[in-house]
Write a protein that binds this ligand. Structure first.
Ligand code: KIV
Ligand code: ZN
Length: 393
């Protein structure tokens, strides 16, 4: 099967932290917090901010409206709507003041969702999609259509559904992996097939939207782009329903570090990644796990002697990107039971203590004994280990 060539290598970053991200436990954000974070997303350079789901509550409607009014010369502001008249009209009102807006209309495409959740037939889904996308187009020139649970849907039906959405005026087509079920090879193939089977697909932007239930969200998003998607729907710190969404910082860092595999252009200001991650951690009720890729506290920390030795000689030995490139101030050499003599000497020198070889030997022996007993070693601990003559200096 031949697929149309995707000559444009620009990938749009669609941030849904304020919508899909906020839908996860512990991530509720107040009005002022949403506004503050929207400004930061603009500084980060995202192309589209999905600001909320306006029909969900008055609070959500007001936040989307305020973001639409306040953000100038920045990202396009999107609002989510089910295939229901009230949803679409409310979403339209919420984003009407934005310089650039989008209405994001979705309906489930899998039989499981149609039967168990929506209790409608495929024919009804086709009718509702056509009608609501057409209505959305009367309110915005930019309409995105999502086929929820795309990765568990019947391919032929999904092609029919997407064709109806496109005929009704949708210009961005999102194929969400709603339950984090797909694999990278499968997801890439899905985009290739859809691009080949949808009429006039070169005029459309296809989008990924990946959840992390099997820990493959970032890999799947990147695979989707390789299959021809030119928009990625992501969240900061990967927050989102259940195990979360593909993390913006991971997708952007992969495109930076592995340009050879992902030769795509985007607008993300890379050194704003860590500040954005930190801000979100302050707003929602949890930060990222220490071992979180790119922005976790340990992402550029080295504790084992072998790694510390390498990094002190040349950071590239154990770092595939510089901390500064993603907005982290510096790497850290963490002293612990796996640390070597060189790392201890390095830290003591930084603290102003130059040791002879014998003094270092004594201090290192004491240090390993302490590190066996204590989980975290602080500067004052190692200074206390110095032979008396030196610590008095
Ligand atoms: O995961 C999903 O399918 C969604 C849609 C509403 C786009 O969040
Ligand atoms: Zn989602």
């Amino acid at each position: 099967m031949s697929t149309g060539s995707v000559t444009n290598n620009r990938v749009l970053f669609f941030d849904t932290t304020l919508r899909d991200g906020e839908q996860s436990p512990g991530c509720t954000m107040h009005h002022a917090e949403k506004l503050r974070f929207a400004h930061q997303l603009s500084t980060l350079g995202v192309d589209i901010i999905e600001a909320g789901f306006p029909i969900a509550s008055t609070g959500d409607f007001e936040s989307v409206r305020a973001i639409s009014r306040e953000l100038k010369n920045g990202p396009r502001i999107a609002a989510l709507a089910r295939c229901r008249r009230d949803d679409v009209l409310t979403a339209g009102r919420a984003v009407e003041a934005a310089e650039k807006n989008r209405i994001h209309v979705f309906i489930a495409s899998s039989d499981l969702h149609l039967e168990a959740k929506l209790r409608i037939t495929r024919a009804q889904a086709l009718d509702q999609t056509g009608e609501m996308v057409r209505l959305a187009r009367t309110l915005s020139e930019d309409v995105e259509f999502s086929a929820e649970d795309a990765t568990r849907s019947d391919l032929e039906f999904m092609i029919q559904l997407v064709n109806v959405a496109v005929e009704a005026g949708a210009t961005t087509i999102n194929l969400p992996d709603t339950v984090g079920y797909t694999t990278p090879a499968e997801y890439k193939q899905l985009f290739e097939t859809m691009r080949a089977r949808i009429a006039n697909s070169d005029a459309l932007i296809f989008s990924t939207h990946c959840h992390d239930d099997l820990g493959m969200a970032t890999a799947n998003a990147l695979a989707g782009v390789l299959g021809g998607a030119r928009q990625v729907e992501v969240t900061i710190n990967g927050i989102g329903e259940r195990a979360g969404n593909a993390a913006l910082e991971e997708v952007a860092a992969a495109m930076m570090v592995r340009k050879d595999r992902f030769p795509f252009r985007h607008n993300i200001v890379m050194n704003q990644l860590a500040p954005t991650s930190t801000m979100l951690g302050e707003i929602v009720s949890f930060g990222v796990a220490p071992n979180k890729a790119v922005v976790g506290k340990n992402a550029f920390a080295h504790e084992s002697g072998i790694h510390q030795h390498g990094v002190l000689a040349n950071p590239l030995t154990y770092e595939i990107m510089t901390p500064e490139s993603v907005g982290v101030t510096a790497n850290s050499i963490v002293l612990g039971k796996h640390s070597g003599r060189r790392a201890l000497e390095h830290r003591l020198t930084e603290l102003g203590h130059t040791l002879t070889k014998d003094e270092l030997d004594v201090t290192y022996t004491r240090f390993t004994e302490l590190a066996d007993r204590k989980k975290a070693i602080y500067d004052q601990d190692i200074v206390a280990l110095l032979p008396q003559k030196i610590s008095a200096n």
